[in-house]
Design a protein around this ligand. Structure first.
Ligand code: C2E
Ligand code: CA
Ligand code: CA
Length: 759
């Protein structure tokens, strides 16, 4: 009997084989054609004696040499211990005849393989024996694993799984399916010096193994390209095996592998090619085992699949990061964009109210930015914005946030700790705006208007704080710009003060009401000269308020108050009527061709009756519509263009003049002018102020004058105080001049005493 087995070494027999078993043994040595074709092995088990006989194919699957085993344990020696206990229980106990059992066998050569043991129904010939077949289902398991990986990936791509969880799940899946004890993902990152390195971001290990210290050690080190096994795999892009970790020099960075008894492993790169054709290497995967495993043929192929999965996740994360970046950052300046800045301020509000602290919000608006854009081109404007953004960032104290809210508007959050030095900070911001910006060798100058609000005094939400700071900023703009205004001081009396100022405002409003009806308002006229024709072209009517006690309230104070109520419309009507009455007087005297400019408020333009009323008015004083010019600012126009522009068209049609006041304050652009029904524009006096010193102001004034001439618009320069300013304006071809140099605002009586050719 033994001889028939030939070369097959048999275990020493302690118990004689039963007849059916020895028959099986004769059969088993020579595999049947069927067995070979279908790739399965056979087995025969005698529950009485606990002996088992394997076919040669089955022995190969179980990674044992002998075909006959005295006990199950020697036969199942390479079966993963959990599975082995289950199998023994099943074979020696009562198992249903068709029962199937899947189990794992681990070998240094093939790694982890999955086998399926199927029990056949008992047949009469081999009475008393249990028999069955054994198949290698490793490819099936790998397919299932790939499917599972695909599922994990989809879950991650569509769901809310963070990358860390997804990758850890994948590592765990691979370890369980391929029989590794440790798995980790090393992700590319930037070192403090800005160089590329790998950090061990996610790992998993068999819970029954004490690999905590190895994990601890791995997560604290970082590897440069080429450093250690992981670093060299990253650098070469090629997978690699390690067969004896303890003695492998490439593991000198990690010493705990000795205590953990990790022995061998497989390390492979994660790479993908992006749409632009670039190859990316976001990281490296490593898997180690406590067994001494040798290169496994199936792994390179599998690792390519696994690498592709991880790569897709990494790519997705990169996309998300870019999308997030794009969604939060202003592309031009790299500062937080409007919506992200809102988020940051909202977070700060929550934190400050929790901690009971205060913080500030500065609203920074560049003055005269639009004209730079218009006169020197968009690239010049962009250069100013980028550079100013850089300057703001450099000035930002620790914990501060800087954002660009759009156009030439910036904002800075002033954290609690920086509040005591806020005044210095704001002064620095103003200085940084005034320092020249160089574009293609040209020095460009702007300035800034800054409004500040404080949490919680001015508001406890981002919109409230921004609105308050914005309002404070506008007060600066209206006061000639380049300055800073605190919406409210950061002390506890601020609220009370704010309230009292509201009370003051209401009192003033009531007083103003009486002023209008009690003849406390009067008009003064400021000459507008045509310097080429040497004659008085027009006068601008400016309203004054002398209180009963003799004090003079400047229009800058009472006009904004009147604008907040309906009072401004009544004042406007009074001014227009008074101006027409006075003009009729002036015309009847020597001022035959004289025109009058009247300032208008935004709400006056909202009235549908405006055109009719003005027609009636000029008619009543025997004047033509073209003797009256209405001044409105760009700001008014931009606030409600859909309401204001149709009214402007009607008025122009009727012959009234329309003058765009304070031009260049930063609301509209020169390009917009082409489509506006206006007859003249007034260059804001802040451009005129520094004409003798600022080259870019000269260029801007020249551009406005040229453009005006091209479009048939009159161009009036305001605030001319010196001869050099006048000379420059003359050279620029600007014919209409208004300012203290040629004439201060004066009463009708004073004007009547003058002469049209030289007031
Ligand atoms: P505005 O329309 O820009 O008026 C020009 C202002 O510049 C006037 O101030 C005028 O006195 C001043 N000004 C003229 N030449 C010079 C100069 O050479 N240097 C300097 N530093 N200033 C000069 P005013 O009269 O205080 O008026 C201030 C603002 O009040 C006006 O600015 C206008 O917006 C508003 N305002 C005045 N009258 C009326 C009115 O009847 N209705 C409305 N709605 N607003 C008015
Ligand atoms: Ca004006
Ligand atoms: Ca003006």
């Amino acid at each position: 009997m033994h001889q028939t087995l030939g070369r097959v070494p048999l275990a020493t027999h302690v118990v004689a084989l039963s007849h059916p078993l020895s028959q099986a043994l004769t059969q088993s040595a020579a595999p049947t054609a069927l067995e070979e074709a279908a790739a399965f092995g056979r087995w025969w088990f005698d529950p009485e004696t606990n002996q088992i006989v394997l076919s040669s194919q089955a022995a190969r699957y179980l990674n044992v040499e002998s075909l006959h085993h005295q006990g199950l344990d020697s036969c199942l020696i390479h079966v993963v211990s959990d599975d082995m206990l289950r199998l023994i229980g099943q074979l020696s106990g009562q198992v249903a005849p068709t029962a199937k059992s899947d189990f794992r066998v681990i070998s240094p050569v093939d790694g982890l393989r999955w086998l399926r043991m199927t029990q056949l129904p008992p047949d009469a010939a081999s009475s008393g024996l249990v028999s069955g077949i054994l198949a290698d289902i490793t490819p099936l398991q790998h397919a299932a694993m790939r499917e599972r990986l695909g599922f994990e990936l989809t879950e991650f791509l569509v769901g809310s799984h963070p990358l860390g969880d997804a990758i850890t799940n994948v590592i765990q899946l691979i370890c369980k399916n391929l029989g590794w004890d440790w798995g980790a993902y090393w992700a590319a990152e930037k070192s403090a010096q800005g160089t590329a390195q790998l950090g061990c971001k996610y790992f998993w290990h068999q819970p029954e193994l004490d690999l905590a210290s190895f994990g601890q050690e791995s997560s604290t080190i970082s590897l440069a390209p080429g450093e250690g096994l992981v670093g060299s795999v990253w650098q070469s892009g090629q997978p690699d095996w390690v067969e004896d970790m303890v003695n492998d020099l490439r593991f000198s960075q990690r010493t705990n592998d000795r205590e953990c008894k990790l022995w061998s492993g497989y390390v492979f790169p994660v790479t993908y090619v992006s749409a632009d054709g670039h190859t990316h290497s976001p990281g490296v995967l490593e898997f180690y085992s406590c067994l001494s495993r040798q290169p496994e043929a199936q792994l390179p192929k599998l690792s390519a699949t696994i690498g592709a999965f991880i790569a897709q996740m990494a790519q997705r994360i990169e996309h998300q990061a870019t999308i997030l970046h794009l969604a939060q950052v202003d592309e031009m300046t790299g500062l937080a964009n409007r919506s992200h800045f809102h988020e940051l301020v909202t977070l700060e509000c929550a934190a400050a109210s929790k901690d009971n602290t205060a913080f500030g919000l500065a609203f920074i608006d560049l003055d005269r930015f639009k004209p730079i854009n218009d006169a020197f081109g968009h690239e010049a404007g962009n250069q100013v914005l980028r550079e100013f953004g850089r300057r703001l960032r450099a000035l930002a104290p620790e914990g501060s946030k800087v954002g660009r809210l759009g156009g030439d508007e910036f904002a800075m959050l002033i954290p609690t700790a920086a509040l005591p030095d806020a005044a210095t900070l704001l002064e620095h911001i103003l200085q940084s705006a005034r320092a020249p910006f160089v574009y293609e060798g040209i020095e460009l100058t702007v300035s800034a208007s800054v409004g500040v609000s404080t949490f919680p005094q001015c508001g406890d939400t981002c919109p409230a704080l921004l609105q308050s700071a914005d309002a404070a900023m506008y007060r600066i703009k209206n006061n000639g710009r380049n300055g800073c205004h605190f919406s409210s001081i950061s002390n506890t009396h601020a609220l009370a003060e704010q309230q009292s100022s509201i009370a003051q405002r209401l009192a003033l409003e009531t007083e103003l009401h009486h002023a209008l009806h009690g003849n406390e308002l009067f008009l003064v006229y400021q000459p507008i000269f045509d310097i080429f024709q040497q004659r008085l072209e027009a006068v601008e009517a400016l309203v004054r308020w002398r209180r009963a006690d003799g004090t003079l309230v400047p229009p800058d104070v009472f006009i904004p108050i009147a604008e907040q109520s309906h009072l401004i419309v009544q004042i406007g009507k009074w001014v227009a009527e008074q101006a027409c009455r006075d003009l009729a007087i002036l015309r009847a005297a020597r001022f035959k061709e004289l025109k009058v400019h009247v300032n208008m408020a935004a709400s006056e333009f909202a009235s549908k009756n405006l055109a009719d009323e003005l027609c009636a008015l000029v008619g009543a004083f025997g004047l033509q519509a073209n003797s009256l010019s209405l001044e409105l600012t760009e700001g008014m126009l931009m606030k409600r263009p859909d309401q204001v522009i149709p009214v402007m068209h009607t008025l122009r049609h009727l012959g009234f003049g329309i003058s765009l006041d304070d031009f260049g304050m930063g609301h509209s652009s020169l390009a917009l002018l082409k489509n506006l029904p206006i007859s003249s524009l007034k260059i804001d006096r802040s451009f005129v102020r520094d004409l003798a010193q600022q080259r870019n102001d000269r260029a801007i004034v020249k551009t406005i004058a040229d453009l005006g001439a091209q479009m048939g618009l009159e161009v009036i320069a305001e605030g001319v105080e010196t001869d050099p300013q006048l000379d420059i304006l003359r050279q620029a071809g600007c014919s209409l001049i208004q300012g203290y140099l040629l004439g201060r605002p004066m009463t009708l009586a004073e004007l009547l005493a003058k002469h049209p050719e030289g007031v």
